[in-house]
Design a protein around this ligand. Structure first.
Ligand SMILES: [Zn+2]
Length: 129
């Protein structure tokens, strides 16, 4: 492990710090976005009684689905942040090699290097056939 006391950040660590900031910002915007959907929902449904109940329900279903996708993303962001804290961020879960910073910065929540990810996607394609 690296010595934290006399800290001379490597380029990689600097990039990871940047990624961490971006993840925190994204997390925040996801959380405030979720609040916005909650507060705007009642306003959208102040139309007339009957027919609108159905459309209000559709709105709610849509919001829930959206939120479950947001929740998944939030989970990934939290996982990534936790790994950053533990110093295990940027290591491929499949092969244990370091993931390129370029890739991490393009897709901060990724947990696999490009080779493993490509391999996984190929396998998924084969399974679909
Ligand atoms: Zn890998």
């Amino acid at each position: 492990m690296k010595n934290i006391k006399n800290k001379q950040l490597t380029e990689r660590e600097k990039s990871i710090n940047e990624i961490k900031k971006r993840l925190l910002m994204e997390k925040e915007s996801l959380l405030s976005g979720a609040e916005n959907t909650m507060t705007t929902m009642p306003k959208n449904s102040n139309l007339t009684e009957l027919g609108d109940q159905a459309s209000a329900e559709i709105d709610i279903n849509f919001t829930l689905r959206l939120k479950s996708r947001e929740r998944q993303l939030l989970k990934k962001i939290d996982d990534a942040l936790e790994k950053i804290e533990q110093g295990t961020y940027g290591t491929c879960e499949a092969c244990g090699k370091e993931i390129e910073v370029k890739r991490l910065s393009a897709r901060p929540v990724t947990t696999m290097c490009i080779e493993c990810k490509t391999e996984q996607e190929e396998e998924e394609k084969l399974r679909e056939r």
